[in-house]
Ligand binder design. Structure first.
Ligand SMILES: CC(C)(COP(=O)(O)OP(=O)(O)OC[C@H]1O[C@@H](n2cnc3c(N)ncnc32)[C@H](O)[C@@H]1OP(=O)(O)O)[C@@H](O)C(=O)NCCC(=O)NCCS
Length: 147
């Protein structure tokens, strides 16, 4: 994923139930995230030659995304999303495999996925991908006031 992909990714996420958008999805924040996590965020580009007619309205469209950030201790995955018409074809598995390979290349071996609790389909997919649901963890969040 590059900064050029940000508008299309935002459009995909905004139209995808299960993806929660926040202030961190401001384009400038996303560009900062991409710069900080080079090589850990991916898009899949639809190729009209490979898939059923009219799956995407133009060749070269972003049809799947994943963001990943490494904080020096753990990596965190956000916004795994596949365009509806491209689901259940193995794209999520493929993009996560690509991410796992990128993480291994930079020596990161522990990664968590941030998933909205009420996203039952998303939770099923993560389980099917072989990721472990953590019953022992809860997230607490805090917002710092900007100056
Ligand atoms: C969840 C999502 C990313 C899955 O993408 P996908 O490309 O259809 O997934 P894949 O085809 O690679 O499937 C990967 C595995 O998950 C399973 N899976 C995918 N969607 C599923 C669903 N809705 N219910 C149950 N299992 C599902 C598949 O069966 C497959 O397992 P298998 O290989 O054992 O059969 C996609 O449905 C999506 O974008 N959903 C909306 C956004 C979202 O919820 N993202 C996840 C939380 S951040």
């Amino acid at each position: 994923m590059t900064t050029d992909d940000v508008p299309t990714c935002l459009a995909l996420w905004a139209s995808t139930p299960g993806i929660g958008l926040s202030a961190s999805d401001d384009p400038r924040e996303l560009e900062r995230f991409l710069a900080r996590n080079r090589g850990l965020c991916f898009v899949a580009i639809g190729d009209q030659g490979e898939e059923p007619d009219a799956v995407v309205d133009r060749p070269g469209a972003v049809v799947a995304t994943v963001l990943c950030g490494y904080d020096g201790r753990r990596a965190y995955v956000y916004h795994l999303a596949v365009e509806r018409a491209w689901r259940r074809m193995g794209l999520a598995r493929a993009i996560i495999d690509r991410l796992r390979s990128a993480l291994a290349d930079v020596g990161v071996f522990r990664v968590h996925a941030m998933v909205l609790s009420n996203n039952s389909d998303g939770r099923k997919a993560w389980r099917a991908l072989g990721w472990t649901f953590r019953e022992d963890l809860t997230i607490y969040s805090h917002t710092l006031e900007s100056e």
